[in-house]
Design a protein around this ligand. Structure first.
Ligand SMILES: [Zn+2]
Length: 121
């Protein structure tokens, strides 16, 4: 598919140029079926995803590419993940300090922390 508006050709954080997906956004189903979303100015919502995880979408409203997904090497993501890991490690340390806590409950706490939705890796 030929994209007309999107300009981003590489990830600004890791220089990845490997595109793993691109196209135009489809509208929700209407009485007339599915159709390509198109702004009244004629431009479409285009997107491009890179192998590193970085993704952009062209916004017809703003007339520019906007970040839709972050690269795992984005400095903000690296800093966020370091803070999450520190919090994770501190929680494990606090649990370990309760050395008279029964094994079953300690295990439950470890499982809860391991299953948390927001990972740092
Ligand atoms: Zn990247």
């Amino acid at each position: 598919m030929q994209l007309h508006s999107i300009r981003t050709v590489l990830c600004p954080h890791c220089q990845c140029t490997e595109v793993v997906g691109e196209g135009v956004k489809i509208s929700r189903s209407t009485a007339f079926g599915r159709e390509i979303r198109q702004h009244v100015n004629g431009r479409k919502w285009e997107y491009r995803n890179f192998l590193c995880g970085y993704g952009v979408e062209f916004s017809p409203n703003a007339g520019r590419d906007e970040v839709a997904a972050r690269c795992s090497k984005d400095p903000e993501i690296l800093e966020r993940n370091a803070k999450r890991k520190a919090a994770h490690d501190k929680l494990l340390s606090i649990i370990a300090d309760f050395d008279d806590l029964d094994d079953e409950y300690q295990s439950t706490l470890h499982q809860e922390i391991a299953s948390t939705k927001w990972h740092f890796e």
